[in-house]
Design a protein around this ligand. Structure first.
Ligand SMILES: [Zn+2]
Ligand SMILES: [Zn+2]
Length: 204
């Protein structure tokens, strides 16, 4: 069953997410973007993204699956899984994956829960990565490493371990916040009235 996600952020699960996590991630995203979040009741099929000789599921196939189900009018479609995801045979893990401007992104909890964090910490990590990847779907690129900008859109090279993830901010800097606002001016999805004000300090 697929529910109408018009005007919402649609969440798609690939495999089960353990109890007490998904609803909280959805809540964080609702606060960050000021869009209602819909958790689709249907599950994505794991078989197309399975790569037996890789260290995880194919992140690009997972992303394609989510993107295929994206409908016009949906704010963004986000895939979420507890399975490991990788872009190719050489990678060990990925936190998240998105293409610039494509209205779909995916995140994996697998590497975020490697140190058996409390649910609160896992939810914070997942929400940070989700905001970063959704930032890419809104057309935001990475800040350079050296710029010293405190922003959720720092490069992936910096957010490459649990430690740097926990030390990172989950908020957009002013430049990215303005870029988000510009994006909404050119998109069919109307910007929530409070978004331009609420984005930079939506949650920590
Ligand atoms: Zn990135
Ligand atoms: Zn920024």
């Amino acid at each position: 069953m697929v529910l109408d996600s018009t005007g919402k952020l649609g969440l798609w699960r690939l495999g089960d997410i353990r109890d007490g996590i998904l609803g909280h991630i959805a809540h964080k995203l609702r606060l960050a973007f000021q869009f209602p979040v819909l958790i689709q009741p249907a599950y994505l099929d794991e078989r197309p993204s399975a790569r037996p000789t890789w260290k995880g599921l194919s992140s690009s196939v997972f992303l394609e699956q989510v993107h295929r189900r994206h409908s016009a009018g949906t704010f963004v479609s986000l895939g979420i899984t507890e399975a490991n995801i990788v872009p190719d045979a050489r990678h060990n893990f990925l936190f998240g994956y998105a293409y610039l401007g494509l209205p779909a992104a995916v995140i994996s909890l697998h590497a975020m829960e490697a140190d058996a964090p409390t649910p609160d910490i896992l939810i914070m990590r997942a929400a940070l990565v989700a905001v970063h990847e959704i930032g890419h779907t809104l057309g935001l690129e990475h800040h350079s490493y050296e710029s010293g900008v405190n922003c959720v859109m720092v490069g992936d090279a910096k957010v490459d371990s649990i430690e740097t993830l926990d030390g990172g901010t989950s908020q957009f800097c002013e430049a990215c916040r303005l870029a988000c606002a510009r994006f909404f001016q050119h998109r069919a999805v109307p910007m929530a009235p409070a978004l331009s004000r609420r984005l930079p300090r939506a949650w920590k």
